[in-house]
Design a protein around this ligand. Structure first.
Ligand code: HPA
Length: 273
């Protein structure tokens, strides 16, 4: 893995994707148009980058972009690998390692989710405050030194969360906060599972992000995550999610998300020289 990551980073540096970068952004289902924010973009398809995910889920672009937003250098990973594809919770380890190696100073994850919050229906933006891992998996299983015991208090970086809240307020966008429960998928949850998650303290359900947050903490990358609610979770307000609905709703909310990200990145501190 380390060798492939170094090889990938070498290729990407040669192609002009070297940093430092104020932020790396991972875009979720139907949210790839965040990449359209970039000025002077360069993009490579995942297929050209050793160890990057092979295109799987429809709605995922499968490209790595580098460009500028309001003068700040940014990497956008359009599409992600999911644990449900091959049962590997560490599916994003190599890409996140490469983003870090290329000089990304922080990580912003985006995803699509199902909502249990009455005040946050489809189309809402929700900032993750914390998570509950209901998958039984962990991307650090198999690590063999003490670095594996990653603390998960304040895993969602308080400074980045405050910045995102300020960016939303500046754009006049409503950004709620919630707790995200990770189900492995790829089947959607049953209504009983959603009720259980709600009783445990979850506000949102989804199939990604949590392993990436654990990996980001492991790699020493400050991380935050914004969810686009694409549907009511199964059984909530009659919710019966399916993938086509998820993709369409994500596209409809993509403009709000893009506005939020633009304002957030514009206000980040300058990268280290
Ligand atoms: N459940 C799990 N993942 C999701 C959902 C959902 O309801 N919506 C979008 N991604």
């Amino acid at each position: 893995m380390a060798e492939t990551a170094a090889q990938a980073a070498g290729i990407l540096r040669e192609m002009g994707l070297g940093g430092p970068h104020a932020c790396a952004i991972v875009t979720g289902t139907g949210l790839g148009r965040v990449a359209e924010l970039l000025e002077a973009p360069i993009a490579l398809s995942f297929g050209e980058i050793p160890g990057f995910p092979r295109p799987g889920v429809t709605g995922h672009g499968g490209r790595l972009h580098r460009g500028r937003i309001a003068g700040h250098s940014v990497l956008v990973m359009e599409g992600r690998a999911h644990a449900y594809e091959r049962g590997e919770a560490a599916a994003m380890r190599l890409p996140l390692t490469v983003l870090r190696t290329l000089g990304a100073e922080r990580l912003l994850l985006t995803n699509a989710s199902g909502s249990l919050m009455p005040e946050a229906g489809p189309g809402s933006l929700v900032l993750l405050a914390d998570h509950i891992n209901l998958s039984g998996m962990n991307p650090l299983i198999g690590e063999d030194d003490d670095a594996r015991f990653v603390p998960m208090n304040a895993a969602y970086d308080p400074d980045l969360r405050a910045r995102l809240a300020r960016a939303a307020a500046a754009r006049g966008l409503t950004l709620r906060e919630g707790v995200y429960a990770w189900f492995s998928g790829p089947s959607f949850e049953t209504p009983a599972e959603v009720r259980m998650a709600g009783r445990l303290g979850a506000d949102l359900v989804g199939m990604s992000t949590v392993p990436e947050v654990i990996l980001a903490r492991f790699l020493g990358l400050p991380v935050a995550a914004v969810s686009v609610v694409t549907n009511w979770a199964a059984g909530i307000a009659g919710g019966a999610p399916h993938h086509a609905e998820t993709k369409a709703a994500a596209r409809a909310a993509a403009d709000d998300l893009a506005g939020l990200i633009r304002a957030f990145v514009a206000d980040l501190p300058e990268t280290a020289p």
